[in-house]
Design a protein around this ligand. Structure first.
Ligand SMILES: [Zn+2]
Ligand SMILES: [Zn+2]
Ligand SMILES: [Zn+2]
Length: 353
C-alpha cells in the first residue's frame, strides 16, 4: 500500500484539501483531482470552502476504515485514465487494494459516484465471492445498487446453497435480517424456475425429435410401391422397436379406424390419425410423384380448405426444425441443397464469363 503522504507528491501543485476519516486520520490531497473524479466530493469541497478558512479545506469521508479511504483516493489519483506504464505499475497495487478493501471500496465508489471505479470494484468483489461472504455481498449489492454482484450471489447460492447456509452471514441474517434470507430464497427460486423451464424445453425438444423421426419412419414404411411393408436398410431411427411400434399402429389404424371411420372413438387410432395428419403437414413430395402415406393428399386438401390453428402450426414448425437440424449437422448435404448450390455456382460462373 502506498504511503498516504504520496498523494501530495503525485501532483506538482501542493495539496490543498485534507481528507479526514472516521478514526481521525488526515490525508492531504488535491481538490482538483477529487472534484474531477467525484461530483459528490466536488460539492463537499465547494461547501467546505465557503467557510472562514478556505486554505484549510477539510472533507470528511466517514464510514470506512482509513486504509480503505486511502485506497479509494489512490484509485481516484491514478486510475481513471492512466498511461500504460502507470497502469502496469498500478496493476498489482490495485488488485491488492481490491482484495483487501473490496466491500468498502464498492460502498465508497457508489456513495461518491465514481462509476468506472464502481464497475471495477463490483467485478472484483464478484470474482472473489465465496459462500462464506455471499450473504454480506448480497446485502452490499442491494445497498450499492450493484446488479452484477447480485447475480453473482444468486449463482453461487444456486450452486452451493448448503455452503451458504453454513456461513456466519446466513445465520446472522436468520437472527437479525429475515428479509435478506427471504430475498436470497427468492433468488434461488427464480434460478430453479429458470432451470425447470430449460428442462421442460429440453424435454419437449426430445418429443419433437421423436415425432420428426416418426415422420421419417412413415416415409420408409410406406415407401414400397405395392404397399408391402418394406424392410428398412437404414440404421437409425429404424433399428430399434420404434419402427415396429409404428407399423403396428398403422396396421391397427387400417383395420380398426378404416372399418368404422371414427378415429376419435379409439385412442390408438387417434394417435395414428394425428401422426398421419402431421405427416401431411410436413410432406413435401414434388408434384408428380404421389405420396404413399395413407390419407396424405386427403388431409393436405382438408387442412388447406379448413386451415389449421396456431398450436398445430407451431408443432409443425418445431418438428420440421427438429428434422432439419440433424440434417444440417450431418455431413451429408441434402440433394436439394446440392442442386441449388450447383445452379448458384454455375450462374455465378456465367456472370464472370
Ligand atoms: Zn427406415
Ligand atoms: Zn383403433
Ligand atoms: Zn405425404
Amino acid at each position: 500500500m502506498a504511503p498516504r503522504a504520496d498523494f501530495a507528491a503525485l501532483r506538482a501543485s501542493p495539496a490543498d484539501v485534507r481528507v479526514v476519516t472516521s478514526d481521525g486520520s488526515s490525508i492531504p490531497a488535491h481538490s482538483s483531482v477529487l472534484a474531477a473524479a467525484s461530483p459528490v466530493l466536488e460539492r463537499m469541497i465547494v461547501g467546505a470552502r465557503r467557510g472562514w478558512d478556505a486554505d484549510r479545506t477539510v472533507v470528511r469521508v466517514l464510514g470506512a476504515p482509513s486504509d480503505a479511504v486511502a485506497a479509494f483516493l489512490h484509485f481516484l489519483y491514478c486510475c481513471p485514465d492512466p498511461s500504460r506504464e502507470k497502469a502496469a505499475a498500478a496493476e498489482d497495487w490495485g488488485e491488492d487494494a481490491l482484495g483487501a478493501h473490496g466491500a468498502a471500496l464498492l460502498a465508497l465508489a457508489h456513495a461518491y459516484r465514481v462509476p468506472w471505479l464502481k464497475r471495477r470494484v463490483e467485478a472484483a468483489v464478484a470474482a472473489r465471492l465465496t459462500a462464506e461472504r455471499a450473504v454480506d455481498a448480497l446485502k452490499l449489492a442491494a445497498l450499492c445498487d450493484a446488479p452484477r454482484l447480485h447475480l453473482a450471489c444468486a449463482r453461487l447460492a444456486a450452486k452451493d446453497l448448503a455452503a451458504v447456509q453454513r456461513s456466519e452471514g446466513w445465520r446472522f441474517a436468520g437472527r437479525h435480517d429475515a428479509g435478506l434470507q427471504l430475498e436470497l430464497l427468492q433468488l434461488l427460486h427464480d434460478a430453479d424456475q429458470r432451470k425447470e423451464r430449460w428442462e421442460r424445453e429440453r424435454a419437449s425438444q426430445h418429443v419433437y425429435r421423436q415425432l420428426s423421426d416418426a415422420m421419417v419412419l412413415l416415409d420408409h414404411i410406406f415407401a414400397a410401391a405395392d404397399g408391402a411393408w418394406e424392410a428398412c436398410k437404414e440404421a437409425s431411427p429404424c433399428e430399434d422397436g420404434v419402427r415396429r411400434g409404428l407399423e403396428q399402429l398403422m396396421r391397427h389404424f387400417a383395420a380398426c379406424g378404416g372399418r368404422n371411420r371414427k378415429p376419435a372413438a379409439c385412442q390408438r387410432c387417434r394417435r395414428a390419425f394425428q401422426l398421419l395428419r402431421l405427416h401431411a403437414s410436413v410432406c413435401e413430395r414434388a408434384g408428380g410423384e404421389p405420396c404413399r402415406v395413407p390419407l396424405c393428399s386427403n388431409l393436405k386438401a382438408k387442412m388447406q380448405e379448413e386451415g389449421v390453428d396456431k398450436t398445430w402450426k407451431l408443432l409443425v414448425k418445431k418438428v420440421t426444425r427438429a428434422r432439419v437440424m440433424p440434417a444440417l449437422a450431418s455431413r451429408e448435404v441434402p440433394e436439394a441443397v446440392k442442386k441449388s448450390w450447383a445452379k448458384y455456382s454455375s450462374r455465378r460462373a456465367g456472370r464472370f464469363r
